[in-house]
Design a binder for this molecule. Structure first.
Ligand code: PEP
Ligand code: MN
Length: 353
């Protein structure tokens, strides 16, 4: 439910509505629109109970009685939100959500470029990639320290040492860090080093992780699960938003289809569809969506043409020796060429890189 306040509603009227919502054991989410204040009213999601672990008693969900709000001073009208993903929907926030990440405004006119290796492997590797992607024009550095691997025998990441190396490289080249967190209990540690918490495709419906990432109030990059629908993705984003964390980016990274010529199938439709349904910035990962370095540039171009707000791309100094995802990783030279080539597409659709 949306409580739309009147033009010029006073701060006292707004806080009275907020208190009335809380009094019904519901959670108010305030949005200051260009014209007026809107209060999104949704159920309370008990993040505390998640942290306490299974078996903790869950507080009863409130049930909204709209009549208690409808006639309050300063309230213009109540509007139901038809989508199941309430806070993620354009019905709640019609304008695009924006937030600052380093030198770029995510969700603005500039296209966010996140680049770096699949995994952090060594100090020299991450420093070399950081320098290369920085010089080529990337805005943020990616690299996994905790890796979700299909096989338990594959390289699982360097853990905290990898986080330290990422932070060192990010600091040296002025690049914010994007790195994956795989478990709720690792969030405090990862958040100490990272600017953006990546929630990977395999964890898209790890609801404890989503709640905890939301409660951390750190920016989150949420990747679409390989078999998740667009609505599933938005419902997962809703978990993060329900904790009052608005700095969420969505990422299309390819889905599983019958096609096996590529690692995944880039659902290019997802970009304009998400842009229509949600105010959250929408990114594309052409590295995982194709699985093949030779196709990354073409699909990156397609993503920008389709309206993506950013790209996340794997780059490795020597892809042949990469400990993970070498086949889809670009060399620094290929990455620099890609930036040059996507810039032209960005210009054609009135975006900047
Ligand atoms: C990654 O970014 O390296 C990764 C594991 O991505 P995904 O979760 O999309 O597979
Ligand atoms: Mn990878």
């Amino acid at each position: 439910m949306l409580v739309v306040m009147r033009h010029g509603a006073t701060p006292e009227e707004v806080s009275a509505v907020i208190q009335a919502v809380e009094g019904q054991n519901m959670r108010p989410h305030l949005y200051r629109g260009e014209e007026r204040i809107v209060i999104g009213v949704v159920g309370k999601v008990p993040a505390g109970a998640v942290a306490a672990g299974a078996g903790a008693p869950l507080p009863m969900q409130g049930k909204l009685n709209p009549e208690l709000l409808r006639h309050m001073s300063g309230v213009d009208r109540l509007v139901p939100i038809s989508r199941p993903y309430k806070l993620a929907s354009r019905e709640f926030i019609p304008e695009k959500s924006r937030f600052r990440l380093g030198r770029i405004q995510v969700g603005g006119n500039g296209v966010l470029i996140i680049a770096g290796p699949c995994s952090v492997e060594s100090r020299s590797q991450i420093l070399e990639v950081a320098q290369a992607v920085c010089e080529a024009g990337a805005h943020a550095l990616r690299g996994g320290a905790y890796k979700p691997r299909t096989s338990p025998y594959s390289f699982q990441g360097m853990g905290e040492e990898g986080l330290e190396l990422l932070a060192e490289a990010g600091e040296k080249y002025g690049l914010p860090i994007v790195t994956e967190v795989m478990a709720p209990e690792l969030i405090p540690l990862v958040a100490r080093y990272a600017d953006v918490l990546q929630i990977g495709a395999r964890n898209m419906q790890n609801f404890n992780l989503l709640n905890a990432a939301g409660a951390s109030q750190q920016p989150v990059l949420l990747k679409r699960g390989p078999s998740a629908t667009i609505e599933d993705l938005l419902m997962s984003a809703e978990y993060i938003l329900s904790q009052g964390n608005r700095r969420v980016m969505l990422c299309e990274r390819g889905i599983r289809t019958f096609e096996n010529a590529t690692r995944n199938t880039t659902d290019i439709n997802a970009i304009p569809v998400l842009q229509a349904l949600t105010h959250l910035p929408v990114l594309l990962d052409p590295s995982h969506s194709t699985g093949e370095a030779g196709f990354v540039e073409a699909i990156a171009r397609a993503g920008i043409a389709a309206g993506a707000d950013g790209l996340i791309i794997e780059v490795h100094p020597d892809p042949r020796t990469a400990l993970s995802d070498g086949q889809q990783s670009l060399t620094p030279e290929q990455f620099a060429r890609l930036i040059h080539s996507i810039r032209a597409v960005a210009q054609a659709v009135n975006r900047a890189i």
